[in-house]
Write a protein that binds this ligand. Structure first.
Ligand SMILES: [Zn+2]
Ligand SMILES: [Zn+2]
Length: 289
């Protein structure tokens, strides 16, 4: 079987890559991603650029050096807005230049349950091929409107267990508060930053009930779950997802550089197949069971 489509790719139009202009510009990355896709036999990809319309506190040492100027003096990160027009022009140019490739438009919408009105001012969400929903920040309390932080910041302030549990308990609110996204991205996002030096290796069994509850909630909304496989494969994700009634998965490398495109896809496809998921007709389709 050839590669399946990559449903989560970033280019210069994502603020954390460096943007299309300026001193750390990543101009030309979309073009380079398409060239790389053709070279490795990747038939389809979705450019899901970061769409963040909120601000959150962050420590400069938690950010790449070139992104630190985005942090204000009082320690608040305000991501620059997506240039939707420039992005869509760039997609059109690439579709013209790489006719053999299926190129989908999209965003990775951060905290979609909090930011829908603001996001709709930036881009016409309904006109995009793919809207991925992500939780990159966690509320500090369960009160509505609570301040939020990224998991890797919270690991320094909270017991590690609490970061994972608080993140998962936010998922039902995220599902209920937004109708815009069709794929829930990287349910294992806080696991990426798990403090293994202090805690030892991450043990998913410690959080099995909470992960399963979150997955049941996602499955109940007919959304797809992303296997975010640029990093380590986690077989318990498709296993528990299937067991909790999940029907559809999207494969995402979360590539921010060309060498990560479709990273680990062959192993991830074999893993998904093992748990009963099968490809659709088109390479960009979700796999389903
Ligand atoms: Zn993300
Ligand atoms: Zn991403």
């Amino acid at each position: 079987m050839g590669l399946t489509g990559d449903g989560h790719v970033h280019s210069e139009w994502s603020w954390d890559v460096g943007g299309p202009g300026g001193p750390h510009s990543a101009a030309g990355l979309m073009d380079a991603m398409c060239q790389r896709a053709v070279q490795i036999g990747l038939p389809a990809l979705a450019f899901t650029e970061h769409l963040d319309v909120s601000s959150w506190p962050i420590k400069p040492e938690d950010m790449l050096e070139q992104l630190r100027p985005l942090i204000s003096e009082d320690g608040i990160l305000t991501p620059p807005p997506l240039d939707a027009e420039g992005y869509l022009d760039s997609i059109e140019r690439c579709r013209h230049k790489f006719p053999e490739l299926r190129i989908l438009t999209g965003v990775e919408f951060g905290q979609p349950h909090l930011e829908e009105a603001g996001a709709r001012e930036v881009v016409d969400l309904d006109a995009l091929d793919r809207v991925n929903g992500s939780l990159h920040t966690i509320p500090l309390t369960d009160e509505p409107g609570s301040a939020r932080s990224e998991p890797y910041t919270l690991y320094r302030r909270w017991p590690a267990n609490k970061v994972i549990r608080q993140n998962l308990s936010e998922i039902p609110r995220m599902l209920a508060g937004s109708s815009t996204f069709t794929v829930l991205c990287h349910i294992d996002y806080p696991v990426r930053y798990w403090p293994k030096d202090q805690e030892g290796p991450f043990d998913p069994k410690r959080f099995e009930d909470e992960f399963r509850q979150a997955m049941r909630a996602i499955a109940g909304t007919e959304r797809a779950l992303e296997l975010n496989v640029g990093g380590p494969l986690r077989p318990w994700i498709p296993q528990w997802w299937a067991e909790e009634g999940g029907r559809a998965i999207s494969f995402g490398s979360d590539a921010h550089t060309t060498d990560w495109l479709a990273g680990n896809f062959y192993e991830a496809m074999a893993m998904a197949e093992h748990f009963g998921f099968r490809p659709g007709h088109r390479p960009e389709d979700f796999w389903s069971r």
